[in-house]
Design a protein around this ligand. Structure first.
Ligand code: ADP
Ligand code: MG
Length: 297
């Protein structure tokens, strides 16, 4: 079944993203629902990608479990029959594509780890030879591997793009104990996941975490190591010096570049073939990462 909107949920809306809708459940929990919406170039399309929400949700669920000995997380359950407030009657709509999580006090920064040079990191490197105040060797190429993974935090901008900040600026914002713990946990998570991903033929180029405090304890919240929060590259196609093929949205982006669209709303309708190919890529990411076949979701 396809899911575009979640207005059948009669709970206070907590956040509505491009892909996910988040509802407030009682005082201290949230329901995060991953729809089948797809966006590219910051525009959300009318067409849906069947099963995309389930795949994103399942990838996050896999990684929360894989990393739980590094740091605890906000996940309570993904079993709809355990959801409170009568939500279990939406089993058909929600099972497999939603999470009940503890609402936590979020750190107001995005914790990014980069193992490779791309995106805003590449831009900053070209301009200054460093990212977030971390000096890097000369002569690195686009998508090149960094000498070691680096922690490059940014502030969450309400509007517009996030702003990269140095570790010192982070210390000034939240204090050195909290800043050091964020850096330590972010690097430990990235190191564990990128090693695992590599064994599955996927390069985890960079990723973004959001942390929060649950009963005073630092936990990882939001989503983790999904194609929306990370750059996944296909290892057998990797070649520094150019843009890498993104695992998930490459077909869509290439198609959109090939048509006459200014990348502003309204979004064009998408051909069946593009939707199908995009869906197949999401499924491949899921299967490679979890080692399970998609039918079992
Ligand atoms: N456990 C949590 N407690 C409180 N807020 C959370 C928790 N997990 C995620 N959030 C917040 O919920 C929102 C989810 O929005 P999201 O679907 O990621 O949309 P977007 O990234 O497009 O804004 C984000 O603001 C995130 O910081
Ligand atoms: Mg988000």
């Amino acid at each position: 079944m396809l899911l575009k909107d979640t207005d059948f949920i009669k709970l206070p809306l907590f956040a509505k993203g491009k892909v996910r809708d988040v509802y407030q459940v009682g005082e201290d929990m949230l329901l995060m629902i991953a729809t089948d919406r797809i966006s590219a170039f910051d525009v959300v399309f009318d067409d849906l990608v069947p099963d995309k929400g389930k795949i994103l949700n399942s990838i996050s669920e896999f990684w929360f479990s894989y990393t739980k000995d590094i740091i605890r997380n906000h996940l309570v359950t993904t079993d709809v029959s355990e959801y409170p407030m009568g939500l279990n009657k939406y089993k058909n709509e929600l099972q497999g594509r939603s999470m009940l999580v503890r609402k936590v006090r979020m750190e107001e920064v995005e914790c990014i780890v980069r193992g490779y040079l791309e995106g805003s990191g590449l831009k900053d490197y070209k301009a200054a030879g460093s990212i977030c105040g971390i000096k890097l060797p000369k002569g690195l190429k686009q998508a090149g591997k960094l000498p070691e993974p680096i922690f490059t935090p940014s502030t969450k901008a309400q509007e517009g793009h996030d702003v990269n900040i140095s570790f010192e600026e982070l210390v000034n914002l939240i204090g050195s104990d909290r800043a050091s713990l964020l850096r330590e946990k972010s690097l430990a998570l990235y190191n564990a996941a990128s090693k695992y991903a590599e064994s599955k033929g996927i390069i985890l180029a960079d990723t973004k975490f959001e942390f929060g405090y649950m009963d005073g304890e630092l936990v990882v919240a939001d989503e983790i190591f999904t194609p929306d929060s990370s750059r996944f590259w296909q290892m057998d196609d990797y070649e520094p010096g150019r843009a890498q093929k993104s695992f998930d949205k490459q077909f869509l982006r290439e198609y959109l570049e090939s048509i006459d669209w200014d990348k502003k709303p309204p979004a064009p309708r998408l051909p069946k073939e593009i939707i199908e190919k995009t869906r197949a890529k999401y499924i491949e990411a899921y299967e490679r990462i979890t080692g399970k076949s998609f039918e079992s979701v």
